[in-house]
Design a protein around this ligand. Structure first.
Ligand SMILES: O=C(O)C(=O)C[C@]1(C(=O)O)C=C[C@@H](O)C=C1
Length: 351
């Protein structure tokens, strides 16, 4: 053991402490959605009492008290000052979180385990917004998200089209020539296959790109790097060895922003979902309505809904405020079942 090793261990622990503090502040912010006022004297007393029992020779109870007084003070500050929150699926540093920042950097991003948690959290009012990926140029439609869009009553209030640029990240001070293996989600590893082959790097599958970066920062295994977003490098204090290491530069994801309330200010794009009657030409009849009015469709996708039935997703350029658009939608609604207007919104592009 030497000072360098000890300092590495300290860096690793600090990284975990900061992540835990972030998680704690997020929980405190969410707690606020279930109560009227921030300060709860009883609860704070209870927290301090329980924690002071963890004292030991190197962790004095006065120190625990001081640290927690500061944490609780900041927790109340966060509860009082942080505005709307936006939920995303994945860990901090996920590409969905980068998309949150493109959409509105003033919103506070909150991580969720599953897409279903994003939808249910927004439905329950725990989160003001959610951001979810609907389609990717390489992977196609994201089934789990589109399935939720069919079932849910939430509105689409925005969209982000974003390039997915993978970075090779390593613990600061790592000599890139010493890297032998790379952690990431299987999809990201596949998208960088040629790069990994060229540099003789062994891919190691992890459940999540940002999760791979976090584990790298926390565990600091030798000769190892991770493929993740640029944002992950910031959050987990990792160095960027190389940016844009994907084999194809056509990797783009389109995200939608969902909310309980529909947009007050309509945008220039609309999304609908519907199921056509099971008869010849039914879908053609719907598409023809748009073609006749020269309205450009930007997405058409289908997925099984009920047995023997398909839900069609249609995005187009136009505003619900345009009487011609409103007229077409009225006709679509009359000729289809399970019709739902998903939203009229603006799309931001970060390519
Ligand atoms: O438990 C609550 O009610 C919270 O709002 C969370 C919390 C905390 O950070 O632990 C924050 C402020 C309260 O005074 C008590 C506790």
């Amino acid at each position: 053991m030497d000072l360098n090793e000890i300092r590495q261990k300290i860096d690793q622990l600090d990284c975990q402490i900061v992540q835990l503090l972030k998680n704690r502040m997020e929980s405190a912010r969410i707690a606020m959605t279930f109560k009227e006022t921030t300060f709860d004297e009883q609860r704070e007393k209870q927290i301090l009492e329980v924690l002071s029992q963890c004292e030991s020779a190197l962790l004095r109870s006065d120190f625990i008290k001081d640290v927690y007084s500061l944490i609780l003070k900041e927790s109340k500050n966060i509860q009082e000052s942080i505005g709307p929150v936006i939920a995303f699926q994945g860990e901090h540093g996920a590409y969905s979180e980068s998309a949150c920042m493109v959409w509105d950097p003033k919103l506070a991003p909150m991580p969720c385990h599953e897409f279903a948690d994003v939808f249910s959290g927004v439905e329950q009012g725990v989160y003001d917004y959610g951001i979810v990926p609907v389609e990717n140029t390489l992977g196609g439609m994201v089934g789990a998200v589109n399935g939720q869009l069919i079932k849910s009553d939430l509105h689409i209030v925005g969209a982000v089209k974003m390039a997915i640029n993978h970075c090779l990240l390593a613990v600061p001070g790592t000599d890139y020539r010493a890297i032998r293996r790379v952690y990431s989600h299987p999809q990201a590893l596949t998208q960088c296959r040629e790069y990994l082959k060229r540099h003789n790097l062994e891919p190691v599958a992890h459940y999540d790109t940002a999760g791979a970066a976090r584990i790298l920062a926390e565990e600091r295994p030798a000769a190892t790097a991770a493929i993740a977003s640029k944002l992950s490098s910031r959050f987990y204090n990792l160095s960027i060895i190389q940016e844009q290491i994907e084999d194809l530069d056509t990797n783009q994801t389109r995200f939608v922003v969902i909310s309980r309330d529909a947009n007050k200010n309509h945008g220039s794009k609309c999304s609908i979902v519907f199921a056509t009657p099971d008869k010849a030409g039914a879908l053609f009849g719907v598409l023809e309505l748009f073609a006749k009015k020269n309205i450009n469709l930007t997405r058409i996708d289908s997925m099984p809904d009920a047995p023997g039935e398909f839900a069609f997703f249609l995005d187009f350029e136009g505003s619900i405020d345009d009487p011609e658009v409103a007229g077409i939608l009225e006709q679509v609604e009359q000729s289809c079942h399970h019709y739902r207007f998903l939203g009229c919104y603006d799309e931001k592009v970060a390519l």
